[in-house]
Design a protein around this ligand. Structure first.
Ligand SMILES: [Zn+2]
Length: 696
């Protein structure tokens, strides 16, 4: 059941809530006000307040967003109009200059302890209706919003532009820095979650992000002024978009926009278009704080539910065998994986007859894949399959029978053709195939893969419009397939992957329980990926694939921070001492995983590099405990002075280490100001430091 938070309201017109929603014990203080005279909406949840107005002239304008804790107010410059509604039909623009009449407005409790303010407008030219939905969640300093347009013309119109983040703010004469993060791009060569800080020029020179599947950056950015007053924004769209940040010193203005790329969506009479949802949050502090506020909001408001209380899990994946897998090999690995403490067993690429022919290879699996699944289940593990669902070999039956099902651009995933998921026969076929796979093989887990999950397709022979490739392949294609499967078979958990984390969006977190970060790579590349991805995304959306087979704790611990730890080791050929180490390291991981999942990430060091020590801290606010993971690659120094953050200065803490026998008692102030020394006696060593409060 969805939980519904109680509402406290001051003055409220057109209230549509049932009175039963107003509980006497108000823990979550939502205030929603509508002033019908001035047509001003004010919405607040005790940490943030947003104000909008439908002016006398009929323009719908953003008035302010207030960080209640710090008192920071974000508003457009005086006498400057800013409207969150910005899209363009071929026939007309909708923006801060458009005049509307108010059709209706209402507020209601919504899922996940939120309240939703709906405002329906009709433009005075009579093109259509705009439904703006504003949402706030309990204790989250974030406004989430989405816009839907309905065509009221008797003929079709075409949507050519839609902005997911149309905001302008007064810069108050301050300089601004922006911060955003790469995805995993082209096997890591063009992007491995590098954080990118930029100073906004005062000239209006743009800072640009290219986001979505096959894009360069995650769908997130943060912005802060010289006094660390900050904003962050994210958008929930898997297709490609360009985000643009500009500062105009002369106009004392910062502009943000995030238009969908290559939009050309036809809307029939009465047809509707949903602009993907997005969010805007406030923070005071550094980029770690921006990230933490984003992550807590995402977990509260957006993410797919945790698949289990002890998530993230230990997963075994067959990829180190490449496609050279068979039933006896996998059975042997399953036995060892289970004995080590693995919780999910995934058969990677190579289980099927060929890509797109989703029947188990009868030579590799003479007893059938169901027999292997049953065996894995009998060992107490979940069973998963790798599935590049939008790819098919040219010789696969699906393409022999339907050669036109390919997208107009092919991406060459293991030489396969790409399929157009927004062509209805294709998506219906793959949904049927996935349903059959889940049922026949009793799947618990699907590892999605492929090359670019949002294909480009301009074919005129498909059910989508040829000018509507990007949006339709994302929303009507991939999202439809995954959503359909999550509805049909809700117990099956999906992992996001497309040759690595290359669709790092805030729509992705709604559908998948985790995501790959770096693809199959070594400890350094992996730690670099985790360093960057843990700014925008909750730690569980960063799983790590460990290929190493001769192990030491530098290697094993390089894969411990974040989401599922995925072992690709060929267990059946590993040395007993490596298996023994792996078993004890898995047990160690299990003591940390939930705390890191829910903790605040402090990026204590610079991004990992071979010649320096790197360290991440996870601070769990409820228990006020921290763990620091420190790594020495080929750095010369044999110790690292960590300066942990987030502790209570007056409180006494015990500091202990994973390997070092020292035991320290220090106040929070001593730890944060003087730091603690973490010994890393050799190259390629790793050490964990634990900071725990001493009970009075
Ligand atoms: Zn197509």
């Amino acid at each position: 059941m969805e939980q519904v938070a109680p509402l406290k309201f001051a003055r409220f017109v057109c209230l549509t809530l049932a009175l039963s929603a107003v509980a006497p014990h108000v823990s979550a203080q939502f205030h929603l006000q509508f002033d019908p005279g001035q047509r001003i909406w004010s919405m607040e949840n005790s940490v943030v307040r947003a104000v909008f107005q439908l002016t006398e002239q009929g323009m719908f304008e953003f008035r302010s967003l207030t960080d209640i804790g710090s008192g920071n107010i974000w508003a457009p410059p005086p006498n400057y109009r800013s409207s969150p509604i910005r899209f363009r039909l071929q026939e007309a623009n909708f923006d801060e200059h458009t005049a509307y009449r108010l059709v209706r407005q209402a507020a209601a409790a919504a899922p996940r302890r939120s309240y939703r303010q709906s405002i329906e407008l009709e433009d005075l030219r009579g093109y259509g209706r705009v439904l703006l939905e504003l949402e706030m969640f309990e204790k989250q300093p974030v406004l989430r919003y989405r816009i839907r347009f309905q065509n009221l013309r008797p003929q079709a119109v075409r949507m050519l532009d839609a902005d997911m983040a149309a905001w302008s703010f007064d810069d108050r004469g301050k300089a601004f820095r922006a911060f955003y993060v790469n995805q995993w791009v082209h096997g890591g060569a063009n992007g491995n979650f590098e954080p990118i800080p930029r100073t906004l020029a005062g000239t209006g020179a743009p800072v640009q992000l290219f986001t979505g599947a096959y894009g360069q950056h995650c769908t997130w950015l943060a912005l802060r002024d010289e006094q660390d007053r900050g904003l962050f924004a994210g958008w929930e769209f898997d297709g490609r978009a360009n985000a643009i940040l500009r500062r105009y010193e002369s106009g004392s203005r910062v502009d943000l926009s995030a238009p969908i790329q290559e939009l050309g969506r036809p809307l029939a009479a009465n047809g509707t278009f949903q602009i993907p949802a997005a969010f805007l949050g406030v923070f005071q502090g550094d980029w770690d704080e921006a990230g933490y506020r984003t992550q807590r909001f995402a977990e509260a408001a957006l993410t797919r539910d945790l698949p289990g209380g002890n998530f993230p899990w230990i997963v075994w994946d067959s990829w180190m065998y490449r496609t050279d897998i068979d039933e006896p090999t996998l059975r042997r690995n399953a036995e060892i994986a289970a004995s080590l403490g693995a919780e999910v067993f995934v058969v990677d690429l190579g289980w099927a007859r060929q890509i797109g022919d989703w029947r188990a290879d009868p030579v590799k699996f003479p007893s059938g894949l169901r027999a292997l699944s049953d065996y894995v289940h009998s060992l107490g593990m979940k069973f998963g399959l790798h599935l590049p669902l939008a790819e098919a070999a040219a010789t696969a039956p699906v393409l022999r029978n339907n050669p036109d099902w390919t997208s107009s651009q092919s991406y060459g995933y293991f030489s396969a053709e790409s399929l157009c998921l927004s062509h209805r026969p294709v998506r219906n076929w793959i949904a049927g195939e996935i349903t059959r796979l889940i049922d026949d093989f009793q799947l618990d887990w699907i590892l999605q893969d492929g090359e670019n999950m949002v294909k480009r397709c301009t074919k005129t022979t498909h059910t989508h419009d040829p000018q509507d490739s990007n949006y339709s392949n994302a929303v009507d294609g991939l999202n439809w397939v995954v959503q359909t499967m999550l509805t049909r078979r809700p117990a099956v958990h999906w992992e996001n992957c497309e040759d690595g984390g290359n669709m790092m969006t805030f729509n992705m977190v709604r559908n998948y329980v985790t995501s790959i970060a770096a693809d199959d790579s070594g400890p350094m590349t992996t730690r670099q990926a985790i360093y960057g991805i843990t700014y925008p995304f909750p730690p569980r959306y960063s799983d790590r694939y460990m290929p190493d087979e001769e192990l030491d704790t530098y290697k094993t611990r390089s894969y411990m921070f974040g989401g599922p730890w995925i072992l690709m080791n060929r267990l059946a050929q590993m040395r007993p001492e490596d298996l023994e180490l792996l078993k004890s390291e898995i047990a160690l991981y299990k003591t940390l995983r939930e705390r890191i999942r829910d903790g605040k990430v402090y990026h204590l060091s610079a991004r990992p590099a071979e010649n320096r020590i790197d360290a991440l801290q996870s601070h769990h606010q409820e228990t006020d405990t921290s763990v620091i993971l420190a790594f020495r690659p080929t750095a010369a120094a044999n110790a690292y002075r960590a300066r942990p953050k987030g502790l209570k200065p007056e409180r006494s803490y015990r500091v202990r280490f994973q390997d070092d026998r020292r035991l320290l008692t220090m106040t929070g102030a001593q730890i944060m100001e003087g730091g603690i020394r973490i010994n890393l006696p050799g190259m390629w060593t790793a050490e964990f430091a634990y900071i725990e409060p001493i009970a009075n």
